[in-house]
Design a protein around this ligand. Structure first.
Ligand SMILES: O=C[C@H](O)[C@H](O)[C@H](O)COP(=O)(O)O
Length: 225
């Protein structure tokens, strides 16, 4: 019988838990992402919680779920070393460049990932693409800059749409940019960051994932290291 998308997410979450149990020193601090795949991972992490010292959460929702399992969550400012960060993606290429932020957590995700030694991306196979941009690219903006940033993004060939009724954990807005086919992810990530009023964009390419665990019906494939 064909596996459902949730079964694939569950399988990859388990693979990430096993990776941590086998490769991450006991007593480490683990960075934890946001979204439905990350949620499966959090539920699996509960089984090995005695092996880790604590976690850093990339959103209020993730913090709540971790604490619900009795897993300790610490402030990133207290952390100097974190071997791994585990998170999902909305799209990922074979070069392990990603679009993230479908759940609006991109800024905190990028910050926590920056501190981590290794970014482990956990996805089901539907997320693997040849070219990024079919999934609308989330851009977090300071509210007063919303219209200006939207005009600047249009000049770059994108069609920004305000995510209605949504405020990020940081009190900002999200523009979802449609109509892109991103040939140079790191270049476009850098270009968007130059627009005044942009807090973060959802391209994770200047620093992409190091390891992709990709759930397929034939098992979990590993790409990168
Ligand atoms: O802001 C949300 C995050 O970037 C998620 O990692 C991304 O949206 C993937 O989420 P899901 O695992 O639910 O597809």
């Amino acid at each position: 019988m064909a596996m459902t998308q949730d079964e694939l997410k569950q399988a990859v979450a388990r693979a990430a838990r096993d990776y941590i149990a086998a490769n991450v020193p006991a007593g480490s601090i683990i960075g934890v992402g946001t979204g439905s795949t990350a949620n499966f991972f959090i539920d699996e992490l509960a089984a090995v919680k005695d092996r880790i010292a604590a976690t850093v959460a990339s959103s209020e929702a993730t913090k709540k779920r971790l604490e619900g399992h009795g897993i300790k969550v610490v402030d990133l400012n207290e952390v100097t070393s974190m071997p791994v960060y585990v998170d999902g993606a909305d799209e990922i290429t074979g070069n392990l460049e990603m679009v993230k932020g479908g759940g609006g957590a991109l800024t905190r995700e990028k910050i926590v990932a920056a501190v981590a030694g290794k970014f482990i991306c956990v996805c089901d196979q539907s997320k693997l693409v040849g070219t990024l941009g079919k999934f609308p690219l989330p851009v977090e903006v300071i509210p007063m800059a919303r219209a200006y940033v939207a005009r600047e993004i249009e000049k770059l060939g994108g069609k920004p749409k305000l995510r209605e009724g949504f405020t990020t954990d940081n009190g900002n807005l999200i523009l979802d940019v449609h109509g892109l086919a991103i040939a140079d992810p790191a270049g476009f990530e850098t270009k968007l960051n130059q627009i005044v009023g942009v807090v973060t964009n959802g391209l994770f390419a200047c620093r992409g994932a190091d390891l992709l665990l990709l759930a397929t019906p034939d098992g979990v494939r590993q790409m990168g290291k």
